[in-house]
Ligand binder design. Structure first.
Ligand code: ADP
Length: 491
């Protein structure tokens, strides 16, 4: 399957006339050819996006009409959910059970933000000065560069696209070089929904060839990025040179606390879903499991018992529970972290090796891995592994738990398992993280804000305020009779 770039409403070959392979992580074999974009492709995509923003049908459309287009897009995604989910699984190796659920859910973002498009209202400001009428307008920023990672390409793109388009912006998206196919399939739906040409454009390729020129292009006014904190830092620095707006959703090292008053059956499920769902390849992975010392040993036993039942294998099968690692470099990185943890003195109590199970074939599989007796100073407790590797840390009481959890440069998610409502509130207040789940884990919705504290990012996605990330506010003053008494003095 050979794909093309999507620019100005047309599928076009890359200027480089080069393609690169996209691999199926389950077979380790290439399955699609992805266009190798370059700065020339970026320039033409950004120019048409700018033209669509400033002239033509999109620019003159009412917000209600934009909203209807988003509705239509949501319907088409719902219609093609299965097909898109299969493309994602072939590209990133995540479970069909999860990707099908994601794709079925994605239309809700377009309905929610489509409905919000014509409810972005300015305010009449009740001024302290007589003789003026003052009001605000919320105007779209312009061309938005959307840069996405490989773990949930269409879901994470949607978190940006739906509010950006609702706001009236136009978009150039660069998906991850490892998982570009689904975004190019998705482009066909924009055409079918009837979006004007140039509103949505896809340039595939590598970070240095496409990502950097996109971030640096003077006509791009905002960068909305999900990915590693290293790349987020580079993008933030590049964007700062031109005072561009940024939303950065970066990594995490999320703490999942289990107190001795918790329902331990639920907590064991929650701990497993925090780290082994999606093979640990999510920014919100509950990769630090903090266990109160009074239940530590029995909880660890139960955790190991459940973790050992994980069915690994073909992600396209509904019954599979743990799939492959998406990319070969990531596979190597995870194995490297397992070595580091051992050297730092963490106790390997499960896994820690590539999977040799017959159902894993030639794919990039790593056994679900658990380290016990981890302490905060170890690298495995501080750095994001982005794989099926859990660090178990012991704590005595709430104060110690909070001190350990907040001793991290990240602050994305956190989980608290307790039956004490007071404790749940105390912990929710004291944890430095953008999301706190109490007696649940990994829940997200188009309605609820999502984002990071500290090095986990800047800005919030989802929820009503997400649309503000793509708007700027103008204050308009109308003189209704004020007299300029002294032109040399500010009033
Ligand atoms: P992940 O490990 O989740 O893929 P990365 O930060 O490596 O995270 O990549 C996320 C996205 O950022 C990918 O689309 C990648 O190609 C892109 N990218 C990588 N380097 C840069 C860069 N310097 N500027 C802009 N985008 C980049």
């Amino acid at each position: 399957m050979r794909y093309q770039l999507y620019i100005d409403g047309k599928f076009v070959p890359p200027r480089s006339s080069k393609w690169f392979d996209s691999y199926n992580p389950y077979t380790g074999e290439p399955w699609a050819e992805i266009p190798k974009g370059s700065c020339e492709d970026v320039d033409s995509a950004v120019r048409v996006a700018h033209k669509a923003f400033t002239q033509g049908p999109w620019a003159s459309m009412t917000a209600s009409q934009r909203g209807l287009l988003l509705y239509k897009l949501g319907d088409l995604i719902g219609r093609d959910a299965r097909k898109l989910a299969e493309v994602e699984v072939r590209d990133n190796g995540k479970l069909i059970a999860e990707m099908q659920g994601q794709l079925n859910y994605i239309p809700q973002w377009y309905y929610y933000f489509g409905g919000l498009a014509d409810k972005v209202q300015g305010a009449v400001v009740p001024l302290d000065k007589k003789g003026y009428f003052n009001f605000t307008r919320h105007e779209p920023l312009g061309v938005v560069a959307v840069i996405t990672p490989w773990n949930s390409p269409l879901l994470l793109a949607t978190w940006k696209l739906a509010p950006a388009l609702a706001a009236g912006c136009t978009v150039v998206i660069k998906p991850s070089e490892f998982t570009s196919a689904s975004t190019l399939e998705f482009a066909k739906l924009f055409e079918e929904a009837g979006f004007p040409e140039g509103v949505f454009n896809v340039v595939t390729g590598f970070g240095k060839d496409v990502g950097v020129p996109l971030v640096e292009h003077p006509l791009v006014k905002k960068i909305s990025f999900t990915g590693s904190d290293e790349t987020g830092r580079v993008i933030n620095q590049l964007a700062a040179k031109q005072f561009k707006h940024v939303s950065l959703e970066l990594g995490g090292k999320s703490a999942n606390f289990v107190f001795d008053d918790a329902n331990l059956d639920d907590a064991v499920n929650g701990a497993i879903s925090g780290i082994f769902a999606a093979t640990g390849q999510t920014c919100i992975a509950g990769s630090r499991l903090l266990l109160q010392q009074t239940i530590h040993d029995q909880f660890l036993d139960r955790l190991l018992t459940l973790a050992r039942t994980a069915r690994m294998g073909d992600p396209m099968r509904m019954e599979t529970q743990v799939g492959p690692i998406t990319t070969q470099p990531q596979y190597q990185k995870i194995l490297g972290y397992i070595d580091v943890a051992k050297k730092d003195g963490a106790e390997l109590v499960m896994g820690g090796t590539p999977s040799k199970r017959p159902e894993c074939g030639n794919g990039w599989f790593i056994e679900p891995t658990i380290f016990a007796n981890v302490t905060s100073h170890m690298r495995i407790a501080q750095e994001e592994v982005f794989g099926p590797v859990l660090s178990v840390i012991k704590f005595k009481n709430e104060d110690e738990a909070i001190a350990i959890a907040n001793d991290s440069r990240f602050g994305l998610g956190s989980g608290v398992w307790t039956s004490d409502i007071g404790r749940a509130h105390r912990m929710a207040e004291r944890i430095q993280a953008g999301t706190v789940w109490v007696n649940c884990y990994r829940a997200v919705s188009y309605m609820s804000p999502f984002g990071g504290y500290k090095d986990s990012g800047i800005g919030r996605e989802n929820g009503i305020d997400a649309v503000r990330e793509y708007l700027q506010t103008k204050s308009v003053w109308i003189n209704t009779g004020a007299v300029t008494a002294n032109p040399f003095v500010m009033r």
